[in-house]
Design a protein around this ligand. Sequence first.
Ligand code: NAD
Length: 245
Amino acid sequence: MGADPGSGAVVVTGAGNGIGAAVAERLRADGYLVVGLDVEPCGFEPSRVADVADIDGHEGLIGSVAAAHGRIWGLVNVAGVFIPEAVADLTVTAYRRQLGVMLDGPVWLARAAGLHMAGQGGGRIVNITSIHGTNSERSALSYDAAKGGLEAATRTLALELGEHGVLVNSVAPGFVRTRMSVVDGRDELETDWFRQGYVESGRLPVRRAAEPREMASVVAFLISPDNTYVSGARIVADGALTVGF
Ligand SMILES: NC(=O)c1ccc[n+]([C@@H]2O[C@H](COP(=O)([O-])OP(=O)(O)OC[C@H]3O[C@@H](n4cnc5c(N)ncnc54)[C@H](O)[C@@H]3O)[C@@H](O)[C@H]2O)c1
């Protein structure tokens, strides 16, 4: 199954900021018609204001994007939120919100888009997860659970959609310079905790955080018709952070 970028739209969630904005910019530069989806303005058209946690709207959303743009070739699930909470302080609201945005939302959007793509003869889905999918951090139970769940869902989607030409993968970033690295008003990439603990110590072998466009480069291959055989994979883009101990 092959297609050129002009053969269908690519939906990018979380396209208003950070990694999602970089993915949208890269795919637009590569010639795709990108439909941005975010709770905040994306700054380009076509885009829609939508909450990915609103899973009841996903079939209608995919149907209307397909109706407006002919067909959907790709989906990149990027939208995310991080709400730190220690286990002892866990709240149902923050727990459900993180699972809603980073597990329920992407799963049901991937289902709706994936079934559409299967009916059209093929497509590509990329889920942005995290090194939190396999490695955990204190005060990140809900985030860890959401990312681990989305990696499991990525595999099952790849199993069931592969025969229809739909390839499904996840990209797991490590430290990326976006507003998400600002936790409780403090940019963790500007702290001694990061500089000394990761960069100077060499615990982070490439010795710097990534820029969002470096994640977009990985997505650009996985979403493209050039990717004909990578499916069910988890591409870790963390500068070798998690291969050592
Ligand atoms: N920055 C990092 O270090 C890092 C590392 C690993 C994984 N990630 C993942 O990358 C993804 C993007 O994060 P980022 O760093 O670019 O953060 P960001 O805050 O810069 O961007 C996240 C975007 O998602 C949107 N969003 C949030 N909730 C939404 C919802 N319910 N519906 C629609 N849009 C919503 C936001 O408005 C924002 O535009 C997230 O899934 C995050 O978990 C980030």
